[in-house]
Design a protein around this ligand. Structure first.
Ligand code: FES
Length: 161
């Protein structure tokens, strides 16, 4: 159906212009999709791993916590305890199946299957197989208390300020 022969020069020019636009658009689309796929490959390849919370962290100055404090820091999964001038960081991860225990009047209790612990984290009831862990507490150079969850210490070992 070639009617090029019958086309007037203006029409031929218009057709050429359209062709150039189409060529440009298809090249643009091709390059665009190449860039997009390179980008999505990069996003896909990039590791998405999160490495959790740092195991050593500051919780605040000793004076921020009056004696008698028993403060559960849920995101850190510890309970910060102050008794006089002594501090402790007791794990709030239940030793049964890992639920978060809450401080209670007699120690700690787990809402999942009813394990109970005394003030030092010793098991007093329920299915928990072992006591709650205690973590090392120290004073950082900036005067804040530092808890190191990589260092488990003997339960009942307080840090004196
Ligand atoms: S997880 Fe705490 S009692 Fe089961």
């Amino acid at each position: 159906m070639g009617n090029h022969g019958t086309q007037k020069p203006a029409e031929q020019e218009e057709a050429g212009g359209r062709r150039r636009v189409l060529t440009f658009l298809s090249a643009f689309g091709l390059i665009g999709s190449a860039v997009l796929s390179a980008f999505s490959n990069f996003v896909f390849i990039k590791p998405r791993a999160t490495y959790g919370q740092p195991s050593r962290f500051h919780v605040g100055k000793p004076d921020d916590f009056p004696s008698g404090t028993k403060l559960a820091l849920e995101d850190r999964r510890i309970c910060l305890v102050r008794d006089g001038d002594q501090f402790a960081a007791v794990s709030t991860t239940c030793t049964h199946l890992g639920c978060i225990v809450s401080p209670s009047d007699t120690g700690y209790s787990c809402p999942c299957h009813g394990s109970r612990y005394d003030q030092d984290g010793n098991v007093t009831g329920g299915p928990a197989p072992k006591p709650l862990a205690w973590y090392k507490v120290s004073l950082a150079p900036n005067g804040e208390l530092e808890v190191d969850k990589d260092q488990e210490i003997k339960p009942g070992t307080y840090f004196n300020v």
